[in-house]
Design a protein around this ligand. Sequence first.
Ligand code: GUN
Ligand code: ZN
Length: 436
Amino acid sequence: MLPRYPLPMPTELFRAQVFHTPANPFESQGALEALSDGAVAVAGGRVEAVGDYSQLHRSYPAAQVSDHRDSLLLPGFVDTHVHYPQLPVMGAMGLRLLEWLEQRTLPEEARLADGDYARARAGAFLAALARNGTTSALVFGAHFASAMDIFFEEADRSRLRIASGLVVSDRELRGDLHIDPETAYRESRRLAGRWHGHDRLRYAVTPRFSLSCSEPLLEACGALAAEMDGLLITSHLNETPAEIAVVSDLFPWAGDYLETYERYGLVGARSLYAHDVHPTESELDRLAAAKATVCHCASSNTFIGSGLFPMRRHLDSGVRFALGTDVGAGTGPNLLKEGLAAYQAQMLHEHGFPLDAGHLLYLATAAGARALDLAEVGWFAPGMSFDAVVLRAPEESTLAEVWRHSPSAQATLSAAFTLAGEESVAEVYVAGERLV
Ligand code: GUN
Ligand code: ZN
């Protein structure tokens, strides 16, 4: 028989070395909170409390305890830029952006016209995200509406928090990836109507980049973005000098690359633009004023030789940014590795910003959550959703050895960013539900 009143949810205590960034470490000292014998109390998928284990154990004496003292407990990772069709093209060496697209990537993307293939790719892609501790992602989709329905179905089954959309293009690139503006609008509208706000899914208006979009197509994207509440907008911006030169030829009236999007209402607080390796000062000022976000894809920027991200200029101008793995130009769907790449790029940059593990954790979690307008995730606080990753070093691993000798909590977290791969992602939770 059902109880007449709902029973109180049992509380579970996750005991671990807890790390999270409730504040922005680029703005305040001490933003990284590290609890070496910490705990998060969780009930009904939500965080009830965060603190030292001894204190929480006193507050919740009857709670069941999951003992992860040998592990780190981090908020689930947020990937702001990753391509669903591109898992198989990772590792294509020796090519820069435009050749890489033409020779390796777009032929693979064309294969998603086949529904069975698209479904297999979607399943493998979403499993790779979860296996790497990514619990929320803005996913660059496919050029076929059929492949996007399939992707959303699989994303719904994955239980991850996914925003994505039909990628649209109508010039350059390959003809079999083109769509006319009217069909682009109609199909995107239909997909957004079906999937935006469906449980954990949201829709993102996704022109591939201005280089492959006519003005009527960008206008169609802007019309849809203005029509429905809460849609995200995503594309690419200022990735390589060769790409910027083509965009400048295609849009002779535009003062710069960003203006090609601004003209069509595509730059606002829910807009996320990948790369921005070569911005002008004016573009940075306008991105900041619009509260748009740049997806910093550090491993991709080095892998296809696009350049070193001018992080300090973004900070000085007040432009928001967060991490994206940019699979398949990036080197893997792992945000820890992406954090390491971001760190290395700043070490090499002439005016690099000195990142530490707190900055990296923030960029891999809270910054992305804010950019994706996900109010319930990104760090641990009462009332927030328990989206989390347990990182455990496999026995005999190099990470285990380094952790055993770690002199401080900062060093432990730095070692995780340096050495932890998917083999160290032991458990993954979304809203308290264990996925991995
Ligand atoms: N610009 C347009 N399409 C792409 C893509 O698939 N990857 C990257 N890195 N840049 C792009
Ligand atoms: Zn991309």
